[in-house]
Design a protein around this ligand. Structure first.
Ligand code: GLU
Length: 620
């Protein structure tokens, strides 16, 4: 699609000049240098977070300086992007233990410079073989458990973890380092400790009731009965020992050895404290489930968007299909030549339409037929785009399209749909790595809820996930995301790699439950269509259209665009409880590759306390 030059104040101009006022103060600062290499001293590091770094030779962006430093050091020591991604992820398991770790799962996307291909690993957790379809129903009442904190704080929500198997597979297939080598930096951080920041302190406080429900969690996360104070050093020698054991014995220590028995026990017989009032229902995971866990090597999704090849994660995540479908719809419009309100209107509508289809069609493809090629077809997008009317918002929720019958014409009017129950939480973490050879890794990993299931494997230093609550709570045979034994619950994680002319241009991803999809989509639109730099695109205020009657947006977005968009009939609500747990959406990381060597590593300037970007050789 060609872009017509316009003399009007276009979306691009307005967003990069007007909307940016709030966020660009941070961005105006000169690109800071990468964190210095680790000193010889063994004490915890106190360095500040750096949101943007520009340079060459490799780059890492995560939410945390320890993890970014670990990844950078691997790159400097000759490791490639896969090695650095695993080292950074393992470090996040130490410093962001409520978001990710070996008790969880995730999706790993690689651009392999040698083959020029994008590869993915689906390391999503699976339901135990004995999981029942009524697992989330309280036998005492016959009704679903109250979702949070009751259902999420449970053994019944724990899926068979896939993170460690993902690291192992990635390293074996594409890495230069062994798992033991890649775990070493994180082991050091776990042993010597890290400095507690406000995010860690607050997340602990917010989860105190859940952590107090089981003995091992209470002991580890609430030492002395409360959250560790900001500025104190938090050590996790149990996790250091766990990593050491895995380094020595391999992943079989986790999936088959003594540790497997301990994980199963923690799930089936949670070590409830006497004082807790939470029910902590037990799960049905067995050692056989752990032994049988397999990652899935998936073909990525791919759409062509205005000359860019956008690669994403195929189901069991809905990330790639939903981002891809929305882009296909948007590609039909010249957003650059529109007013900012009109460009945003199209983004809101395209995303909502794609979410309607996600709800109806996407689940684990090993268990349900997912019409992926239809969802990503330009003809299907053309038909879905018929629902978008200039200046008038579609009534929401809008119904899914018909993937079994479409011809791209506008003969079927859009119908009202039903809201998709959305219980995905907002935790998770994301990281981006590029190495000197041009390999790119985008990796989103999670234990689902902030604090996961709240259950720590006693003596092992890590939390188990509550990923199974990403299944629909109530069983419905027509729902692609219904509970089934062995199945992966549908995810929204959207690690995305964009190529231009066959070479990597941009990699990005975010946490945030179902808002992950909109954060990635909006950032792409900001960057590709609306003339923002990658720093601006990532920092800009977010809105999360997910086909609900109301659309949650960050307060700065509502201030800037609420009035204009409500004139079109959009119902924006500022992100805040009870419609949304907090006032920010997502915590993204990205790296842009320009020219032959220039890398711009970007993380959040402020969201979730700000992220940490670094490059191997900073620009002078
Ligand atoms: N469980 C969510 C998913 O798979 C991620 C949770 C989050 O981002 O907080 O999409």
């Amino acid at each position: 699609m060609k872009h017509r030059p316009s003399t009007r104040r276009t979306a691009a101009a307005t967003l990069s000049l007007g909307l940016c006022t709030a966020v660009c103060t941070v961005l105006a600062a000169p690109a800071p240098a990468a964190p210095a290499p680790a000193p010889a001293a063994q004490g915890p590091r106190t360095d500040t977070k750096v949101p943007t770094a520009v340079g060459r030779g490799g780059a890492v962006s995560t939410v945390d300086p320890e993890a970014t430093r670990a990844g950078l050091q691997v790159l400097k020591d000759g490791g490639n992007a896969v090695d650095a991604a695993v080292a950074a992820a393992a470090t996040l398991g130490v410093t962001e233990p409520y978001s990710a770790g070996i008790g969880g799962g995730g999706y790993f996307v690689l651009y392999d410079a040698k083959s020029g291909k994008v590869r993915t690993i689906d390391g999503r957790e699976t339901a135990p073989a004995k999981m029942r379809r009524d697992a989330f129903i309280d036998p005492a009442t016959g009704k679903p458990w109250n979702f949070a904190p009751e259902l999420v704080t449970s053994g019944v929500s724990v899926g068979v973890p896939g993170t460690l198997a993902t690291w192992d597979k990635a390293l074996r297939k594409w890495g230069r380092w062994s798992l033991g080598e890649a775990l070493a930096p994180a082991t050091k951080v776990a042993q010597r400790g890290f400095i507690v920041d406000e995010t860690f302190h607050n997340q602990t406080t917010e989860n105190a009731v859940r952590f107090a429900a089981t003995k091992a969690s209470r002991r580890l996360w609430l030492p002395g009965g409360s959250a560790p104070r900001v500025g104190s050093v938090f050590r996790n020698p149990d996790l250091a020992a766990t990593y050491r054991q895995i380094a020595r014995d391999g992943v079989s220590a986790f999936y088959q050895g003594k540790m497997a028995g301990e994980i199963v026990r923690a799930v089936r017989d949670p070590d409830k404290t006497r004082s807790t009032e939470l029910p902590v229902p037990a799960g049905r995971m067995t050692r056989k489930d752990l032994k049988g866990y397999q990652v899935a090597l998936q073909r990525p999704t791919r759409v062509d968007y205005r000359g860019y090849d956008v690669y994403g994660m195929a189901p069991s995540s809905s990330g790639g299909s939903t981002v891809g479908e929305a882009l296909n719809i948007l590609e039909r419009y010249d957003l650059r030549s529109m007013s900012v309100t009109d460009a945003l209107h199209h983004y809101l509508e395209a995303s909502s339409l794609a979410f309607a289809d996600r709800g109806k069609y996407v689940g684990d493809p090993a268990y349900v037929d997912v019409p992926l090629s239809d969802l990503l077809s330009d003809t299907f997008a053309a038909e879905r785009a018929c629902a978008i009317k200039p200046g008038v918002a579609l009534p929401k929720p809008t119904a899914a399209g018909n993937t079994a019958s479409y011809d791209g014409s506008c003969s079927t009017p859009a119908a009202r749909g039903e809201a998709d129950a959305d219980t995905e939480n907002l935790s998770t973490t994301n990281l981006t790595v590029v190495d000197r050879w041009g390999n790119v890794v985008e990796y989103t990993l999670t234990i689902e809820q902030t604090g996961g299931s709240g259950i720590t494997v006693p003596g092992r230093g890590f939390l188990l996930n509550n990923e199974l609550t990403d299944f629909s709570v109530v069983y419905d045979a027509s729902d692609p995301n219904r509970i089934q034994p062995g199945k992966r619950p549908r995810s929204s994680m959207s690690p995305t790699i964009v190529l231009k002319d066959g070479r990597p241009f941009l990699a990005l991803g975010s946490p945030g439950g179902s808002t992950i999809i909109t954060t990635v989509l909006q950032t792409l639109v900001n960057r590709i269509d609306l003339g923002m730099s990658i720093e601006q695109a990532l920092a800009a205020p977010r809105v999360s259209p997910r086909n609900g009657a109301e659309t949650v947006a960050e307060p700065a977005f509502v201030t800037a665009y609420g009035a204009a968009l409500s004139g079109y009939g959009h119902k924006l609500v500022a992100a805040a409880p009870p419609s949304y747990p907090q006032s920010e959406i997502g915590a993204a990381t990205a790296i842009e590759l320009s020219g032959t060597r220039r890398l711009t590593a970007v993380s959040e300037p402020t969201r979730r306390g700000g992220g940490a970007a670094g490059v191997v050789t900073p620009r002078r």
